[in-house]
Write a protein that binds this ligand. Structure first.
Ligand SMILES: Cc1ncc(COP(=O)(O)O)c(C=O)c1O
Length: 295
């Protein structure tokens, strides 16, 4: 267990977390005017680093915040931050805000704030992975650009607090037609009549990097997939699971108090969970081999 203080990179400087400060007029602090990414790193091997950085660039462009560094430079910095905080399983957190300026809604400071930090990644324990988790559903109260990975997460915070209050792990958003969109901080999949089903990408959901990885694994495994709006009340619903960088593939076995299927993780969920763990094991062993070669 590491006990030393994490080292972060803030606006060009490496420093201990406790010394990293941003001005009180930073627009991230006053307006939630910024974007972020969370990237998993297993034994020095990043999971889908490129797609995460591409999404950061897309989110920043959507908010007209200039990315102060190229994607290549960002990738290099992520590796350097990890090297200074080498937890066996880590998550790299990147936050970009519009920067500091006297408080005015439309202000456009010229120096964005960029933070890169690492923390230990606490993956779901064996019990949770094996047994699955409970979820609740809530009416979607978020804005209409959920495809942007914005740091404005108030609705998501309230949803997770409500889930916790009701003894559930995740809260899932329902649109006005009763379609299940995604979770407060996860994407959602169902198996309906043997078909892996998930809401299509668009402004109503965040295009999860783990979601995309799972869709690729499903294609490799020959699992039929349909991206379409779906309802948890569909009679042919057999399985459900959630995906995210920090949860990977996690079965959902109960929703609003009702069992999904027989209340145990289903076979397609299991297959995808195993495929994801195998994919990560392969990443880890390639990283080990690279380290042994000294490259
Ligand atoms: C709203 C929302 N949907 C989905 C996800 C999952 O995205 P990813 O797989 O890229 O972690 C997240 C992750 O934070 C999220 O906040």
């Amino acid at each position: 267990m590491r006990t030393t203080e994490p080292i972060v990179w803030l606006n060009g400087v490496f420093l201990p977390l406790s010394q990293a400060c941003v001005p009180v007029e930073d627009r991230g602090f006053q307006f939630a005017d910024g974007v972020y990414e969370v990237i998993a790193c297993f034994g020095g091997a990043f999971l889908d680093l490129e797609p995460h950085l591409a999404r950061l660039e897309r989110s920043a462009r959507a908010l007209e915040i200039p990315l102060p560094l190229s994607r290549d430079k960002l990738a290099l910095l992520c590796r350097e931050v990890y090297a200074r905080n080498p937890w066996p399983e880590a998550m790299i957190y990147i936050q970009l805000t519009r920067g500091a300026a006297p408080r005015a809604h439309a202000a456009s400071p010229t120096n964005p704030t960029l933070l890169i930090m690492a923390r230990a990644l606490c993956l779901a324990d064996g019990q949770r992975l094996a047994k699955g988790v409970a979820g609740i559903t809530l009416a979607d109260i978020r804005w209409r650009r959920c495809d942007i990975k914005s740091i404005a997460l108030l609705a998501n915070v309230l949803a997770r607090r409500e889930a916790e209050r009701r003894g559930a792990y995740e809260a899932f958003w329902l649109d006005e037609h009763g379609h299940l969109l995604e979770g407060a901080a996860t994407n959602a999949f169902a198996v309906i009549g043997g078909v892996l089903t998930t809401h299509p990408e668009g402004p109503q959901i965040l295009g999860g990097i783990t979601r995309n990885r799972v869709l690729r694994l499903a294609a490799e495994l020959g699992i039929p997939v349909r991206e379409r709006p779906w309802s948890p009340l569909e009679p042919a619903l057999q399985e459900m699971f959630l995906t995210s960088t920090t949860n990977l593939v996690l079965p959902v076995v109960k929703l609003d108090g009702r069992l999904i299927g027989n209340g145990r993780p289903g076979p397609i969920t299991r297959k995808l969970q195993e495929a994801m763990h195998a994919f990560i094991a392969e990443l880890r062993s390639r990283a080990r081999a690279r380290a042994a070669r000294g490259s």
